[in-house]
Design a binder for this molecule. Structure first.
Ligand SMILES: [Ca+2]
Ligand SMILES: [Ca+2]
Length: 420
């Protein structure tokens, strides 16, 4: 009989168990959300004394699992307990959105605080694990990343190759109360070769670059044109920076008309819309010149780290060399120049079909406390920053807790140039 061992192949818990062990002991996890320093004073003002954060929504997602998140709200002691968990590594994140009335209790210097947020990776072991996750008072910031679109939809009816790869855009938003001049500010694609455990570059080796508190490593830098005050961005306004400023609907019906984007990236074998100003490549390389030559692409493959930074001179930045890389040189952007960061890896569904193991923290927690898990190059969603609220004059304020997993969500309909 060929089916002799068939029962070993049928496991009703296949997607929810650990290979080789059908009798895994479940675990309980107790999490306390803490706040420190000046942030704990702010927490006290909204009813959470003693360096803990009550009334915070805590979300739990098991790494490498597609089972979906679990959420619960912390009690007055800042604590929440989850039962019946499979052992493993969990992304734990916390969010406590503040109301207008709560923010009004702060002094004027803290009027830009709009939420507490934080995240950690926690290893859960049976029978019980306790963890502390620190949260910080998120400030709205100034120039922030409000939307990223990096899909590469298939042009074939049966899916797969060939795909259309040039429809990407990044949207930035003025989340402050004063006009921002874009001139010289820099869009940076962080070095994502550090995000996953690779045979020649394990997480333990990459960590010193990946989670360096001094800055973020990158190889691709694109500056806004202008010489000082040419490109003003008023509070509540957004700009779209496209890989190509063309109407991409001619190539795929669900892509976007970016022919009136505010800026476009330019490469050595590119289309160039004369009506749209070009970003300026200030180093270190041209992006994928051999294969594409369309300027910077923001592909939703594997993982991504995108930054907006103050003007900088790339040749003056500290240099590192990544071993086992065809282009080993990377530069470190100092933390003081970083205005905003968005980081994400692929969705749990994508990760389930991949052998890549995520290292955890994408950048140091002072830049992004936890990356999102939203990328899928085949789906036509975009990742958009959540709305915190609206000012009396109708201006939208976006949520920014320096925790991409809480600040961004995927939305089916991309909205280039519009917030939300
Ligand atoms: Ca281009
Ligand atoms: Ca938008």
């Amino acid at each position: 009989m060929a089916c002799e061992h068939a029962t070993t192949l049928i496991d009703p818990l296949a997607g929810d168990s650990i290979p080789g062990d059908g009798t895994v002991q479940r675990a309980a996890l107790t999490i306390t959300i803490t706040v420190t320093g000046a942030d704990s004073v702010l927490a006290s003002a909204v009813g959470s004394a003693g360096g803990v954060l009550g009334d915070a929504e805590v979300t739990l997602e098991r790494s490498g699992s597609t089972e979906g998140p679990r959420s619960a709200v912390t009690d007055a002691a800042g604590t929440v307990r989850f039962e019946d968990l499979l052992p493993g590594t969990y992304a734990v994140s916390a969010l406590r959105v503040l109301t207008v009335e709560e923010v009004a209790r702060f002094g004027s210097e803290d009027a830009d605080v709009n939420a507490f947020g934080g995240g950690e990776y926690v290893t859960v072991e049976a029978p019980s694990t306790e963890a502390v996750v620190s949260a910080l008072a998120g400030r709205r910031g100034s120039l922030v990343i409000s939307e990223h679109f990096g899909s590469m939809p298939s042009l074939s009816e049966s899916g797969g190759w060939p795909s259309y790869d040039y429809g990407h855009f990044l949207e930035l938003y003025n989340n402050s109360d004063t006009t921002i001049y874009l001139d010289g500010k820099v869009i940076v694609l962080g070095f994502t070769g550090l995000l996953f455990d690779l045979p020649d570059q394990p997480c333990t080796i990459s960590e010193k670059w990946r989670t360096d508190p001094e800055g973020i490593r990158a190889r691709f830098f694109e500056a806004f044109p202008g010489s000082g005050r040419d490109y003003a961005l008023a509070p509540g306004e957004a700009v779209v920076v496209a890989t190509d400023a063309v109407d991409h609907r001619q190539f795929h019906p669900e892509l976007h008309d970016l022919s009136r984007a505010d800026f476009e990236f330019i490469g050595s074998s590119d289309v160039d819309n004369p009506g749209v100003p070009n970003m300026v490549n200030i180093g270190l390389y041209e992006f994928a010149a051999d294969y594409y030559g369309h300027g910077l692409m923001l592909r939703s493959v594997g993982g991504i780290v995108i930054l907006v930074a103050e003007p900088l001179v790339v040749s003056g930045l500290p240099v590192d060399y990544i071993p086992a890389s065809t282009r080993p040189e990377i530069r470190r952007i100092p933390g003081a120049k970083v205005l905003d960061v968005f980081s994400s890896i692929f969705t749990p569904e994508r990760q389930a079909g991949s052998s890549l193991r995520h290292c955890g923290q994408n950048v140091h927690e002072s830049f992004d406390r936890q990356g999102a898990r939203l990328l899928d190059y085949e789906l036509l969603h975009s990742e958009q920053r959540r709305v915190h609220g609206m000012l009396p004059d109708g201006r939208v304020i976006l949520q920014r807790t320096k925790t991409s997993s809480r600040d961004f969500h995927a939305r089916r309909q991309a909205t280039p140039g519009r917030v939300p």
